[in-house]
Design a protein around this ligand. Structure first.
Ligand code: CP
Length: 349
């Protein structure tokens, strides 16, 4: 039987994800150390393959496995490993030494689940193979999906080009922790200026997290900075099925007024993928207006401020916001641990 993977929240129902978020908060309530009221993963090993840097994702996965009684082993792809190929039928006389058709079954034999982070920056240079590739080419997440097809164990997406479902699930748990019942509450995912064009995977999963939570969502961004239309449409459908709604706006004052959650994130234009850095950098004239500051937070209904981290202070949000009691970024980041434990317990328990 094919294993169940955690590649995108779109492969899981809103109800299943809400159940995982509740499980995550139940694990959190058990406190530090070994989780006893959880599946026992003693003897099970999680393999982690990182093509890009990480703090929260790597540590939360390793910590979650330890607390469930198992263990994790992490490899920096291309540094600790051979260079991998995912294309079928290719003559491997270039830079790559190992095909995913061998790699996936081998890691399936050595590990009980595999987590993979592989994402490109818009101008190339993420996992370094795809400079010049368009969003249409990258959004298929070819390595991750090829690995999952050939894997005999569950595969967890630790951030790809299209999605970051572990961040999304941690956000769902955080929304529930901050608001009790998030359904019907006003949530704003606001674009923020950043000196580089950042990928869209995280805001995609954050949008879906608010949608699966049944919130009244505003996707707030300058003209030309929407997310992938197919993801926005699926988020809209999921929000409506879960009792919420989704609108897009570039009117900051109107969108932020009365919000209970301000979640900030920067991302590049979809047509920036594959372009040189000087063509993809967000316009400087957006810098002044598209930062979360105390004046904007004052328009909200005592909103809590969220961001996935890492965050550039006084670029995405001011010190005043990040050092205020409304700031929930540390809580959100620690919920990565409990949501990773919920996913691992569900896939391996
Ligand atoms: N938010 C997040 O995924 O953090 P890292 O990139 O540090 O893992």
């Amino acid at each position: 039987m094919k294993p169940r993977h955690f590649l995108s929240s779109l492969d899981w129902s809103s109800e299943e994800l809400a159940d995982l978020a509740v499980t995550a908060l139940n694990y959190k309530a058990q406190g530090r150390g070994r989780l006893h009221e959880a599946p026992d993963l003693a003897g099970q090993v999680l393999g982690l393959l990182f093509f890009n840097p990480s703090v929260r994702t790597r540590v939360s996965c390793e910590s979650a496995m330890a607390r469930l009684g198992g263990s994790a082993t992490a490899l920096a792809a291309g540094t600790d490993t051979w260079r991998f190929e995912e294309r079928d039928g290719v003559v491997m006389d270039g830079n790559t030494q190992e095909h995913v058709r061998e790699l996936a079954p081998v890691l399936s034999g050595l590990c009980d689940a595999v987590g993979i982070r592989k994402a490109e920056m818009m101008s190339g240079g993420g996992s370094s193979e795809a400079a010049g590739a368009s969003w249409e080419e990258l959004s298929s997440d070819s390595f991750l999906n090829a690995f999952a097809r050939h894997s005999e164990v569950p595969v967890i997406n630790l951030e790809s080009n299209a999605f970051h479902p572990c961040q999304g699930l941690a956000d769902m748990a955080t929304l529930r922790e901050l608001l009790g019942e998030p359904r019907g509450e006003k949530y704003v995912l606001t674009w923020a200026w950043h000196p580089k064009a950042l990928p869209v995977a995280t805001p995609h999963s954050q949008l879906l997290a608010a949608a699966d939570s049944g919130m009244r969502i505003t996707l707030l961004r300058p003209e030309g900075y929407s997310l992938a239309p197919e993801v926005v449409e699926q988020a809209r459908e999921r929000a409506e099925s879960a009792g919420g709604c989704l609108e897009e706006s570039s009117d900051q004052e109107d969108a932020i007024s009365g919000a209970r959650i301000i979640c900030a994130k920067s991302w590049g234009r979809l047509d920036a993928y594959g372009q040189p850095p000087e063509r993809t950098r967000p316009a400087d004239e957006l810098r002044q207006d598209w930062i979360v500051n105390a004046e904007k937070m004052a328009l909200t209904n005592a909103a809590r401020f969220m961001h996935c981290l890492p965050i550039r202070r006084n670029v995405i949000a001011t010190d005043e916001v990040l050092d205020s009691p409304s700031c929930a970024v540390a809580l959100q980041a620690t919920n990565r641990l409990w949501s990773a434990a919920a996913v691992l317990g569900r896939l391996l328990g």
